[in-house]
Design a protein around this ligand. Structure first.
Ligand code: F6P
Length: 324
């Protein structure tokens, strides 16, 4: 393989730049020409493709976002869109792809291979940490630390005013960000999509806290929780405990996607970028590079897409024990 291309796709994540850097510098090291594709699959379709050198990735290891920009492409979901993308890759002589993204990205890459035979190796780039085949995804650690910083600040004001705060964190259908930031922030309860926490249990926890003279509480709610988003959860609680209980809701939102990547994310992203590139050069295809138990592993896209990544329920139990 003499020419490869790298792109970022789906929601951006801190550390994606460190991953791009590793792909590009790895390609230079192995004497392979490397191209960047802007705006994910949209850029592939539109031919927004350019040659990269070692210099193209100078001074980006510490930057959040993605220098290649990102998008969720509707056009790539159509056979016509994928044909255009293939023609563009042919034009540039690109023989293999490194895709930095999540499940949607890998699903697209799998269909693309079936239709046109272009191999892809993926690197897991999403704050959600929802991909089977890696202990952590690129951006997750930074997102957790961003959420934690917010929780710590909210704790100050919650305590000053004797208030209950419902803090909504991202994660789509996954509770990883909620559980990690909740434990580190000393939350009284963490609500995640993987395990139902009924409203009655939230009320019970709050009441037990009041019995112990606890005046402020923090409940971290993952955005995909079955009881609803943080606003809906707060409304349900309010109906049960009465409006005289002082409650506020904070939705952290996209702040969790930005910012300087942590050291952990930069190192993980560097490992996965180089691992994905070297996998591709060694003949791997339709697999995602991941780190499991500190070992670099390759997992077929069909498994990263299909298999669930369960959260550790023991951690939820721990939140309850430690909030007493
Ligand atoms: O997948 C990353 C993520 O930030 C999720 O946590 C969230 O549900 C979603 O993307 C938000 O997507 P968008 O930026 O398109 O609103």
């Amino acid at each position: 393989m003499k020419r490869v291309a790298v792109f970022t796709s789906g929601g951006d994540a801190p550390g994606m730049n460190a991953c791009i850097r590793a792909v590009v510098r790895g390609a230079v090291y192995h004497g392979v020409e490397v191209f960047g594709i802007r705006r994910g699959y949209n850029g592939m379709i539109n031919g927004d493709i350019f040659q990269m050198t070692s210099h193209s990735v100078s001074n980006i290891v510490q930057r959040g976002g993605t220098i290649l920009k990102s998008a969720r492409s509707r056009e790539f979901m159509t056979p016509e869109g994928r044909k255009k993308a293939y023609e563009q890759l042919q034009k540039f002589g690109i023989e293999g792809l490194i895709a930095i993204g999540g499940n949607g990205t890998f699903t697209g890459a799998t269909i693309f291979f079936d239709e046109f035979g272009i191999p892809t190796v993926g690197a897991p780039g999403t704050i959600d940490n929802d991909l089977y085949g890696t202990d952590h995804t690129i951006g997750f650690d930074t997102a957790v630390n961003t959420a934690l910083e917010a929780i710590d600040k909210i704790r100050d004001t919650a305590d000053s005013h004797d208030r209950i705060f419902f803090i909504e964190v991202m994660g789509r259908d996954s509770g990883y960000i909620a559980i990690q930031s909740g434990i580190a922030g000393g939350a009284e309860l963490v609500m995640v999509p993987e395990v139902l926490t009924p409203i009655s249990e939230v009320v019970e926890t709050l009441k037990q806290g009041w019995d112990r003279q606890k005046s402020s509480s923090i409940i971290v709610v993952a955005e995909g929780d079955e009881e609803g988003n943080a606003t809906e959860v707060a409304e349900k609680i309010s109906r049960q405990v009465g409006t005289e209980v002082d409650m506020r809701v904070t939705t952290l939102g996209h702040i969790q996607r930005g910012g300087i990547p942590t050291a952990y994310d930069r190192i993980l992203a560097s490992r996965l970028g180089l691992g994905a590139l070297e996998g591709l050069l060694n003949g791997q295809k339709n697999v995602m590079a991941g780190v499991v138990n500190n070992e670099l592993v390759y997992t077929p896209f069909r498994d990263t897409i299909r298999l669930p990544k369960p959260i550790n329920e023991d951690l939820l139990r721990m939140v309850k024990i430690l909030s007493v």
